[in-house]
Design a protein around this ligand. Sequence first.
Ligand code: BGC
Length: 567
Amino acid sequence: MTHWWADALVYQVYVRSFADSDGNGIGDLDGITEHLDHIAALGADALWLNPCYPSPQHDHGYDVSDYTAIHDEYGTLDTFDRLVAEAKARGMAVVMDVVPNHCSSEHPWFLAALAAAPGSPERARFYFRDGRGPGGTEPPNNWMAAFGGPAWTRVDDDPDDGQWYLGTFTPHQPDFDHTNPDVQQLFADALRFWFDRGVEGFRVDAITPVGKHPELPDQPPIDHAVRELGATWENPHLAWREEGNDVWRRWREVLVEYEREHPDRDLVLVGEAYAVGRPDLLTRFTRPDQFRQLFAFDLMLAPWNQRNLVQALRDPLGALDASGVAPAWTLNNHDVQRVVTRLGRADAHLPERWTNSAIDGTDAPVDVALGTRRARAAAALAFALPGSLYLYQGEELGLPEVLDLPDDRREDPVFALTDGAVIGRDGCRVPLPWTADPSTSYGFSPAAPGGVAAPWLPQPDGWGEYALETQLDLPDSMLQLYGELSSARREHALPQGLRATVVDIDDRLVAFVRGDLVVVLNPTAEPVALDPAHDALAGARPILSSAPGEMHTPTVVPADTTVWLIR
Ligand code: BGC
């Protein structure tokens, strides 16, 4: 059976920043419905919505206070149903985002746990533990939070209580204990609730820390080279544990059971985990009783040099060979600096950039024109790969990261929890420009007689240059390229099946073969001539280039460019 999701093109919608239908400066579900034609025109098979559940928004929806309702700033279940129906009418599925590791500290279960006594069933749904040291004033162990500071928060100073709770990300996001039957039921019910409403799958948030060592031992000392915010992911008692596989086995059963009851459905769970350089983890979490897909972030995080880019393809493609499960590729998401900015950094080619510096960036100067050129080449590579491809809203417009948001407008908890040392992720979440008209926040909000509310994050001057409307008529725009890549993907890449092999045609080039399609990226600053006598290239003719005006001869790949050839 061919699964729609195996090689789907999925468009990620960051709900808060996509389109505002009611003029309050905050994106919403009706705004998405109104702009579905844009997503459909890109050839998307599905849209993935970032969390739109009720939430106090401390981590913009990744702090869920009700798993089966819609956040009131975004709409209602009715507006949600309409969005799903309108997407379906355009041939697109809706994928939601489910957050299993933690809920909001305002979730009724957590409030009940705080009100209940140590040892109570209410507390057993989370990780509440006594502190260490005299009076229990020290945290139960030495774990650090992913967004800064210790992973434990003390309940209060009452000597009869004074327990601590675990929050792997922030104190506003208490971790669930998935060995607890209530927690298991909560998620089984939530998945079914949304499947019943027509949702075709979930992107499963932050799977890495789900399933902890039952005794929560201290984290062993880590290499001093690991950056503070990376420490969490080096903790073997918290990250990548087999206990997590137990959880996903249960989730897979929910899915399979639902499909048994509804044979017309073909559902997907895509796990979010940064298994970069770890194809063994890609296969462990896509075993037949686990996720149907896992994100491959390798390409998104790879430094811009031949060796690292080859590895970024080889590892996930090797995992695909081993498991038969095609990866979910991506170049952008709401957690990392936009690709134009990342690849425009003066240090983008350095091997040490493999680290997750994508989130906070580096201090290296940015050349936006160079970054744009490389982003085009990266997109042309990604669109040809076997597996699904997740686009993040605004990448089709070539938006750069907004690096100069005023400190007092930053909302990402990472900024506050690191005392501003890490600027955080707001810069890739700035509301989209649809038109060149600043009076409507560049078309993000509707025109209103008295003006519209300022967008929740300020848009930079000149944002209109990137607007959809502006790019529609520009032949060499990023938007045009994305349209061409999407058509070429359907016409030339998908028919080749789900197999691709990295080939070594020149030590300056990155190349892979997928059936009759050969894709070659030149990540260097000089043009490279192709050797037409190479086996992989015999009889191949170019059909597409990420630098259209420049394919002087069919046998030269210009600098920072990807070409597609057909044999
Ligand atoms: C999401 C982030 C979120 C975190 C905690 C992630 O990996 O993509 O946006 O802050 O999980 O839920």
